[in-house]
Design a protein around this ligand. Structure first.
Ligand code: COA
Length: 278
């Protein structure tokens, strides 16, 4: 008889979780799993099947206004058995108990029907763009000399719509730069370096931050996830030789009845933080 256990995801699960994300060809590192586990240990869930990690889902809260669901993965051999649904229900129960006003996620085509049935509605598209290593020739001597710096949290909050300072504190420990009117961060990935988050008041500032990041990663592949609502971000991606790779759908669902509207400004978001972070 098979033993199926729905439980919290733990640090000890990270090697197994990496196997799940490899099967889906995602870019996350072990550190990305550690980040969500440390930010929201009680919001990360797993299905264990006869001692094997079979499925995961994580939820990170940004104050009471917003929570982000990510890392919804089921190992190929366990798909179609209701594991993702069970973990989504556990995550939603956790968030509803905390009376989180809005819950969002970035859905792949495979995940979208499940989320729609759980009450999520489409909000906008999210596009993944890739700069191939051979096209990444931006050199250090052409890049602005930006110092590592803490992000402007007020600017970030107005763009993203919620206080994500704890998460930014974590992501910024890899690579970050700040200048008047904007900031950017980057981190490693298993397939390509990741540019984001980047929030800026205008395209000139975003361009400076992008040049800084590319100069640090000359010759490497770079992923950049863009909200196409921000036409300036798309223009920059094309100008710098990025190519469109994937399209996901950002979805939202109220966590409480009649929540206040969630106010944000996608036009200042030049790069999201990640499909799993928002
Ligand atoms: C998406 C994914 C997590 C679904 O996991 P799963 O454990 O097989 O899902 P479940 O068995 O719980 O099925 C959930 C629901 O989706 C439906 N479903 C599952 N796979 C589907 C597919 N490929 N197409 C359409 N519907 C599908 C099921 O019928 C089920 O519907 P129901 O709850 O109304 O009965 C899994 O396919 C996966 O890991 N894919 C790769 C990574 C990915 O894209 N993750 C989503 C990130 S947003």
């Amino acid at each position: 008889m098979e033993t199926i256990l729905v439980r919290h995801l733990l640090h000890a699960d990270i090697p197994g979780a990496m196997r799940l994300k490899e099967a889906a060809a995602w870019n996350q590192t072990g550190q990305d799993w550690a980040n969500v586990l440390e930010l929201e240990p009680d919001g990360c869930f797993a299905v264990e099947c006869d001692g094997v990690l079979a499925a995961t889902a994580t939820a990170v809260c940004f104050g009471r206004e917003l929570a982000w669901i990510g890392m919804v993965l089921t190992a190929p051999e366990y798909r179609g058995r209701g594991f993702a649904r069970r973990l989504m229900e556990s995550a939603l129960e956790y968030l509803e108990a905390r009376r989180i006003e809005w819950i969002k996620l970035d859905a792949t085509d495979m995940g979208r029907p499940l989320y729609a049935r759980l009450g999520f509605r489409d909000e906008c598209l999210v596009e993944r763009w890739l700069l191939a290593p051979e096209r990444n020739t931006w050199t250090r001597n052409r890049a602005p000399d930006l110092a590592p710096g803490a992000p402007d949290l007020e600017l970030d909050r107005a763009a993203f719509g919620a206080d994500r300072s704890a998460m930014l504190g974590r992501l910024g420990s890899f690579e970050s730069a700040s200048m008047p009117g904007g900031y950017a961060m980057g981190r490693p990935g298993t397939k390509a370096a990741y540019f984001g988050p980047c929030v800026a008041r205008n395209a000139d500032t975003a361009r400076c931050l992008l040049e800084w990041f590319l100069a640090n990663h000359a010759g490497e592949g770079v992923f950049w996830d863009i909200l196409p609502e921000n036409a300036e971000a798309l223009r920059l991606a094309q100008e710098f030789g990025f190519e469109h790779r994937r399209r996901l759908v950002r979805m939202a669902r109220p966590g409480i009845p009649d929540p206040p509207p969630f106010v944000h400004n996608d036009c200042s978001v030049y790069a999201i933080a990640g499909f799993e972070y928002g």
